[in-house]
Design a protein. Structure first.
Length: 244
């Protein structure tokens, strides 16, 4: 198994796909997706285009759907939810499909949707992702950070590092055995530096600061937890993720 980390969707190769591709948007899209599925949502359907989301979800009965839209960190007007994982309670999402569009996370999912296996990872469900990789041993794995509008995000790359660190510990192999590119080594180094203070790292992160300016501190605390959700979001059909 060789793991390649890409800090942004824009930095992924265009002429090939991995055997298993993993989208990471710790703040907050993939944390929200894992939480919604953990709370009993029927599925999560991701869109990078808001109008397409509205058109597709319109064919679903209102009591069977939730529309979640975020731009610039704020909820899109007319939508049921913004992009807070804390809104995804069993009472609110149980048995419903979450139609979601965010600034970066859903774009990252779209960028890798052609891979045979597509997963959504965050710190909260990191162990479930590591267990899947150990069990299935895909030859090539891409971990793709969502970033922010094409720029690097500390929180996504530290999560990629957490996944690779978990793999190395479970497999007992060297980092060189696992790493497919330098970004993977950099991600693990970042994680080992900050693994005991991930919330502290989020306070340094540009997107963390953006959310703090919007008084969204509770989401930062929630998303900085590790391995608290045994949920693996896996793509069942293009753009539709279910709980494995
Ligand atoms: O960029 C995204 O996809 C979002 O996760 C950003 S926010 O945390 O909802 O602002």
């Amino acid at each position: 198994m060789k793991v390649f980390v890409f800090h942004t969707p824009e930095s992924t190769p265009t002429k090939m796909v991995a055997d298993c591709a993993i989208a990471v948007d710790v703040l907050r899209a993939t944390s929200t997706i894992a939480t919604a599925l953990g709370s009993g949502a029927e599925a999560v359907q991701a869109f990078s285009d808001l109008d397409k989301l509205l058109a597709v979800s319109e064919t679903w009965a209102p009591e069977k759907r939730i529309r979640a839209g975020e731009r610039g960190g704020s909820q899109v007007e007319g939508f049921d939810f913004g992009n807070s994982p804390l809104d995804c309670t069993p009472e609110r999402v149980g048995g419903r499909r979450l139609f979601i569009s965010t600034t970066n996370g859903t774009r990252a999912l779209q960028c890798i949707e052609a891979a045979p296996t597509v997963l959504a990872a965050a710190l909260i469900n990191r162990r479930a992702v590591v267990q899947h990789l150990i069990q299935h041993q895909p030859e090539t794995v891409w971990i793709v950070g969502s970033g922010w509008e094409g720029s690097f995000s500390l929180e996504d790359t530290v999560c990629a590092g957490a996944i690779v660190d978990g793999l190395q510990i479970e497999l007992g192999c060297s980092l060189d055995d696992l790493a497919g590119n330098d970004e993977t080594i950099a991600a693990v180094s970042l994680y080992r530096q900050w693994q005991d203070d991930l919330l502290g790292l989020f306070h340094h992160a540009s997107h963390g600061k953006r959310l703090l300016r919007l008084n969204i501190i509770e989401d930062l605390k929630y998303c900085s937890q590790q391995d608290v959700l045994d949920v693996l979001p896996i793509q069942r059909e293009l753009g539709v993720l279910v709980k494995a």
